[in-house]
Design a protein around this ligand. Structure first.
Ligand code: SF4
Length: 232
């Protein structure tokens, strides 16, 4: 059967987009408290070889052909770069004349092997949430050796050499990055990472009520950050 999963196709800016998940279950180098997938049981530092992907790729190519897909968005249960077949998967999709967008939390993008893999994508989405080292450890619960400083510099160094579109997805968390000082710091980080596009979101899961920023404040923050990006 294969372990990839496929979402219904949708249209974005006139392009038919197919979202795919290339992980058999959740594998990540973070264990964020707000993760919609729940706790990370499989916390990985390096890539892992999963089951063979031939069946999944046959299904993928049939969906691409039958629906004239323009862009495949690799949006997985965790960090897709941890699948050791990802390089092959990206090149396979590109060989069909289809664009590739990759979602990553961004930590691995500064390391040469992963940088090289992500460079093959037309668009890469990295993520930004908390802005202090303490909150990084407490809220994103990464692997032991990880630091916020390295995280941010990884995304910045990746984007410095990347020729595709780099999108930064920022999540606003109540009590962690929603005050004026934090917004100013986020603006500075946007300058440092220099994304081509910005997406600002907030937690919406009612089970995480303590992290939900109210709509009015969220709209203020979102407008302030978006303006910053337009000015740059
Ligand atoms: S980086 Fe994404 S997938 Fe990984 S634990 Fe955090 S929210 Fe979940």
């Amino acid at each position: 059967m294969g372990y990839f999963s496929f979402e219904p196709i949708y249209v974005e800016d006139g392009n038919k987009v197919l979202e795919i998940d290339i992980l058999p279950e959740k594998y990540c180098n973070f264990d964020c408290v707000f993760c919609p997938l729940g706790r990370t049981i499989n916390k990985l530092e390096r890539q892992q070889l999963f089951a063979e992907i031939d069946h999944s790729l046959s299904r993928l190519v049939n969906i691409i052909k039958d629906n004239q897909v323009d862009l495949v968005y690799i949006n997985s249960k965790g960090e897709a770069l941890l699948n050791s077949s990802i390089s092959y998967i990206i090149d396979f999709i590109k060989s069909k004349g289809v664009l590739v967008r990759l979602l990553s939390n961004g930590y691995l993008l500064g390391r040469d092997t992963y940088k090289e893999i992500a460079n093959h994508c037309d668009e890469v989405v990295g993520e930004l949430t908390v802005i202090t080292e303490n909150d990084f450890q407490k809220i994103l619960r990464p692997l032991d050796s990880y630091t916020l400083t390295e995280y941010l510099s990884n995304m910045a160094s990746f984007n410095k050499q990347y020729s595709g579109v780099f999108t930064l997805a920022i999540t606003i968390l109540k009590g962690y990055n929603d005050d004026e000082q934090s917004i100013q710091q986020i603006k500075n980080l946007i300058d440092q990472i220099a994304p081509d596009k910005l997406v600002v979101t907030r937690i919406e899961d009612p089970r995480l009520k303590r992290l939900i920023v109210d709509e009015q404040r969220f709209n203020q923050i979102s407008t302030a950050l978006m303006e910053r990006n337009i000015l740059n």
